[in-house]
Design a protein around this ligand. Structure first.
Ligand code: PHE
Ligand code: ZN
Length: 866
């Protein structure tokens, strides 16, 4: 397997001015003709070498250079590349290839999804469509002519503007598209099918009218309103926040059921996983609505950060992804609630990215090498990348960040650039030196910041010492200190911040002591407010101080965080007792702290629900040097039951008070549902007939999917007939709605019931299970392996074997999705020796199978070695 290194980057010897594509669409055999104008890159000196084009699984039918067919001695073609010798400095190349969309199960390149043709070209899918310089620093102007049978494919779409159309013989028709903006091939898109359009418009700040079109299968026409509203909100927000306007007269989104990722920002023609488009209250939850709003915005924001200014090479992926995730996080914070959004984003970072950083696949946000690029669409590149972008804003302020972003985009408009160009743009616009920030781009691992403080009563001052340390990797230079902004405040006994103590400390050395004056009482420090850097904080804190911050911190993120730390402390203590075989006892102070939150009139229902949630088993496991999943599970279940029982009356009255409402998806109703369902969860955990009846009742009468799904997930946790009945009823009602049926698979896969594993095995043989559909495969297998640690890590290793078998099967169909699922084994070294050995054995078994993809092999070999 070939490893590609960042340091080996070379500019392309050839560039493409224009490419004119013609598609003769047919599911079994599509003909693709490409006519390109190429020239030697003047920046690459003394170029005399051959032209080398990428290909993948292509069959060459014709080849002409400047209009003349080439004789066999002038070129070499195989399915992976096309090499042409003795080419002039400037020439036209015409190719014709044949591809087979209906057989394309990798879902990269041109494929069909429920009969609709669609494309996915990022990162290296365009080479599965035609021979090309398939690299992001080669930008060309594209035109696309699509020909297809009119009856089956009345709608033919591609990037840019529709410039002509017409009829052909035999019931076929054609449409011609022209994209005026030069773009890299990874942003090419084509869609053809029987789709309907949900239309809207947007008038830009400068008064241009843009047509907005959301294309879906006819049956989904009533589920597009939210996606359209999200798009309009995102367009407005980017104008207001950054002064960025859309640049074409049309913006299209197409929803398809088979898609490897969330969505794709192709110029003017986004292709989306239908999960991130389709919603109405009866089929989508509040979280689904927020997911759609965030992803629609994300893809829209890419039009500037990604498309107009793109990446020089794939090592720079975080340049567009980290930045665009940051932008969509800021947008969602403005649309919903900044505190709730921050808590969600940080929880996702900790769950997925901190684990990655602590495991064998740890890599910097700008990786140094890869075998399969698809494996580097990671939580590190995306989520940690977004946190690193946030550092600029924390250091420069919102205004400085805006200035820097605009400067970067103006300077590099139409170009393919690097993360260094972004940092330089930010620095130049603000006239500051940001060189040290580069370390965040090449050092992997989650930095740990240790803090200690001393209050000097007589001097009336407080000294806070911060020190940092990084994970050390063998064969890599010793890590250097990072610039880490730490937002702090010192909280006085009355619960308010002591005047003059709310500051942003800049830690840029290994250790530094910061002094606060005029501190006349012993303060409780609140550190890393708003999660001001992607670090782990270590600090000795009493449970009293944590309960105090939980009740009083003026920073809503740290209020929540104090509660999580408090609960984690209690839970880890109990894990220890489980392992030592001691009796478990609940800390009444945690109960008290929960009661206070429940009755706090200043908090909204969403924040309350989050504060009253315990850290997940995954997050707790991260705190242990050796994980025993049974002990973690038992400790957590114990605390859930104790909180349920001790606060039974409070949960009951909370539930009763918030039970009635509408299915509207607005802040008031979302807050109400979140709090109510949190209360119900604690009640159902008591496994009393009376509380179970409440969940059954909610399941039967729920107006919207949020309440329905919540009740269902509680019922499938039970080891009783109510679970089986709910499973049967759900299926009967929703078998015809794929996205809802995905929930049915997912909730069962994530159930804490002892029956979960047997159900998952049975579901893998269910007629509605389909390994080739990524959403369905993930709903069962990824949900189980990554979201149900208790069942996945059963001590006999049977679940490991089951998942490994499915990974091997799936790998033959879709390596990209298989490699995501196999990553669930990455943490094997962190488990107690019995499980570790069983997991490792499965990794070795997978690696030993013949014909395994390089996607899966790269992950598995890394995991075994490191
Ligand atoms: N570029 C897409 C996004 O983040 C993600 C993606 C990557 C989609 C690769 C498909 C394939 O918006
Ligand atoms: Zn993106």
């Amino acid at each position: 397997m070939e490893r590609i290194h960042r340091k080996d980057y070379r500019a392309s010897e050839f560039l493409v001015d224009t490419i004119d594509l013609v598609f003769e669409l047919d599911p079994t055999e599509t003909i693709v003709r490409a006519k390109m104008q190429l020239h030697r890159n003047p920046e690459v000196p003394a170029g005399t070498g051959p032209l080398l084009l990428h290909g993948d699984g292509l069959e060459l039918r014709a080849l002409r250079l400047d209009g003349a067919a080439l004789d066999g001695s002038r070129f070499e073609a195989d399915s992976q590349s096309l090499r042409i010798h003795d080419v002039p400095d400037r020439f036209e190349l015409a190719t014709e290839v044949v591809i087979h969309p209906a057989e394309n199960t990798k879902l990269m390149g041109l494929y069909t999804s429920s009969g609709t043709f669609c494309t996915q070209c990022e990162a290296e899918g365009f080479r599965r469509i035609t021979y090309y310089l398939d690299r992001p620093d080669v930008m060309a102007r594209f035109t696309t002519r699509i020909e297809a049978e009119r009856a089956r494919y009345p709608v033919l779409l591609s990037n840019g503007n529709r410039v002509a159309e017409g009829e052909l013989s035999d019931g076929r028709h054609w449409v011609q598209w022209e994209d005026p903006f030069p773009k890299p091939s990874y942003l090419f898109a084509l869609v053809a099918g029987n789709l309907v359009c949900h239309e809207g418009t947007f008038t830009t700040a400068s008064g241009r009218e843009v047509a907005l079109e959301i294309w879906v299968e006819p049956a989904n026409a009533d589920k597009c309103a939210h996606a359209l509203a999200s798009l309009q909100a995102a367009m407005r927000w980017d104008e207001e926040r950054y002064g960025l306007e859309y640049d074409l007269d049309i913006y299209m989104i197409v929803a398809v059921d088979d898609f490897n990722m969330g969505a794709m920002e192709n110029k003017g023609l986004n292709v989306f996983n239908s999960k991130f488009v389709l919603a109405k209250p009866s089929t989508a939850t509040d979280d689904d609505y927020e997911g759609i709003e965030g992803v629609v915005a994300h893809e829209y924001f890419h039009n500037w950060t990604g498309n107009r200014v793109t990446c020089r090479d794939w090592f720079q992926l975080t340049l567009k992804e980290g930045l665009t995730v940051f932008r969509d996080q800021e947008f969602s914070a403005d649309m919903t609630s900044a505190a709730v959004q921050r808590i969600k984003d940080v929880t996702r970072l900790r769950t997925a990215q901190f684990a990655e950083d602590a495991g064998p696949l740890a890599h910097p946000i700008r990786p140094e090498s890869y075998i399969e690029m698809n494996n580097f669409y990671t939580a590190t590149v995306y989520e940690k990348g977004a946190e690193v972008v946030r550092l600029y804003q924390t250091l420069l302020g919102r205004e400085g960040f805006r200035k820097g972003l605009r400067h970067y985009l103006e300077r590099h408009d139409g170009c393919a650039v690097t993360c260094d160009d972004f940092r330089q743009g930010m620095a130049d616009a603000n006239d500051v030196d940001l060189d040290q920030l580069e370390r965040w781009y090449f050092q992997a691992g989650t930095p740990v910041v240790r803090t200690s403080g001393a209050w000097d009563a007589s001097a009336g001052s407080y000294a806070m010492t911060l020190s940092q340390s990084q994970r050390v990797f063998p064969d890599e230079p010793r890590p250097r200190p990072l610039p880490i902004p730490i937002r702090v405040g010192l909280v006085g006994a009355d619960g308010n911040d002591i005047a003059g103590t709310v500051r942003t400390l800049e830690l840029s050395e290994d250790e530094h002591t910061f002094t606060f004056e005029n501190v006349r009482e012993r303060p409780v420090p609140s550190i890393a407010r708003g999660f001001s850097a992607p670090i782990k904080l270590e600090m000795e804190r009493s449970r009293e101080d944590l309960a105090f911050l939980m009740a009083n911190d003026s920073d809503p993120f740290n209020r929540w965080e104090a509660g999580q730390r408090f609960a984690t402390d209690v839970l880890l203590g109990l894990v220890g007792r489980v392992l030592e075989g001691q009796a478990l006892e609940m800390d009444p102070a945690l109960v008290q702290a929960f009661r206070r939150i429940l009755s706090d009139g200043s908090l909204d229902g969403s924040i309350k629900a989050l504060t009253l949630s315990l850290p997940s088993e995954e997050l707790l496991s991260q705190e242990l040097s050796q994980v025993d999943p049974d002990a973690v599970h038992r400790a957590r279940e114990f605390v859930v039951r104790e909180l349920g029982a001790a606060l039974r009356d409070d949960w009951m009255s909370t539930y009763a008070q918030h039970r009635q409402g509408t299915d509207a998806v607005d802040k008031a109703q979302i807050d109400r549902r979140r709090l109510k369902n949190r209360a119900l969860r604690y009640l159902v955990a008591l496994e009393e007939q009376g509380t179970i009846a409440l969940a059954v009742e909610q399941f039967r009468t729920a107006a919207g999917m949020t309440d329905y799904e919540a009740a269902f997930s509680m019922l499938v946790d039970l080891d009783s007939s109510e679970a089986d009945r709910a499973i049967a009823e759900f299926y009967d009602r929703w078998r015809g709605e794929p996205l809802v049926l995905d929930k049915w698979f997912r909730m069962q896969a994530m159930s804490s019931s002892p029956a979960a594993f047997d159900r998952v095995v049975a579901l893998s043989n269910h007629p509605d299970f389909n390994l080739a559909n990524p959403n369905r495969a993930r709903s069962l297998l990824f949900a189980f392996a990554a979201g149900n640690p208790f069942a996945f890590h059963r001590a006999d290793g049977e679940a490991y074997r089951f998942v490994a078998d499915r990974v091997v099967e799936l790998d033959a169909i879709n390596p990209q999705v298989a490699s995501r699922i196999v990553s669930s084994f990455n943490q094997w070294r962190r488990f107690e020796p019995g499980r570790a050995a069983l997991m490792k054995a499965q990794l070795e078994r997978i690696a030993g199978q013949s014909g395994i993809s390089k996607d899966v092999l790269e992950i598995v070999e890394r995991a075994v070695e490191r």
